[in-house]
Design a protein around this ligand. Structure first.
Ligand SMILES: [Mg+2]
Ligand SMILES: [Zn+2]
Length: 239
């Protein structure tokens, strides 16, 4: 049995959501109504991002300077060290963009972290998108975090999910251990999903040390794990 961490990027590792920042700065108001339609379930996040990013009017230089201002949680480095020392892999799973994640993680000295996200393609003064981590039986996600978790961990592993938003709902429902803040915290509360609340990685680190210790002492924390197809309601089946 091994611990495996599946960690969201925007608003979890970073203090702000980069995609929202790019849209607020460069896309004009229309992106918000697309966002609302997505939250209302009219289409999945792939369609949402495709429509929203099409509204962006900016060149690479302007987007780079915005990304430059995105800060990482000051306690994330300690988390990476903690997991590294105890051989706990961290997979960064994001419904944001690979380019942004690479940029920010490299700048912070975390370029070694394995990450999965959507593709941003720069044109002269606008951007295009591509989606290589979607899953055929999921019509909800752009990068399907549940699909990645099922691929990167087995039934014997203890999957730990850390997240803050709508794109973490489904993976949190399938995880063994959840760390949640903001929208994800509300979702867990209203759906009876057990979770550890956090504001910064300082809270995560404190609890994570206990989890690693109890796993090393031989206490099994698995058993909640569910297979899930992340579209619509239901479709939960015990593994
Ligand atoms: Mg997020
Ligand atoms: Zn999915």
């Amino acid at each position: 049995m091994a611990l495996k961490v599946f960690c969201d990027f925007d608003g979890t590792i970073t203090l702000k959501d980069t995609t929202d920042e790019i849209l607020s700065r460069f896309a004009g108001k229309e992106w918000e109504s697309v966002e609302k339609d997505w939250l209302d379930g009219r289409f999945g996040s792939e369609e949402c991002l495709r429509r929203q990013m099409r509204l962006v009017r900016a060149d690479k230089k302007s987007i780079d300077s915005l990304i430059e201002s995105i800060e990482i949680d000051p306690h994330f480095a300690e988390f990476v060290n903690l997991c590294g020392e105890r051989q706990v892999p961290i997979y960064v799973v994001s419904d944001g963009f690979e380019y942004v994640i690479n940029y920010v993680l490299n700048r912070g000295g975390f370029g070694q972290l394995e990450h999965y996200a959507n593709t941003l393609i720069f044109q002269r003064d606008c951007v295009d998108t591509a989606f290589t981590n979607s899953k055929p039986d999921c019509d909800t996600c752009a990068t399907c975090k549940v699909g990645l978790m099922n691929r990167l961990s087995g039934p014997g592993d203890t999957a730990i999910v850390i997240g803050d938003g709508f794109s973490d709902h489904y993976i949190a429902e399938c995880a063994d251990i959840v760390f949640a803040k903001k929208k994800l915290k509300k979702h867990c509360e209203s759906n009876g999903i057990g979770f550890h609340p956090f504001e910064t990685f300082k809270d995560v680190n404190r609890k994570m040390k206990e989890i690693i210790q109890s796993q090393e002492d031989g206490f099994e924390s698995k058993g909640k794990r569910k297979e899930r197809i992340c579209s619509g309601i239901g479709a939960l089946k015990a593994r």
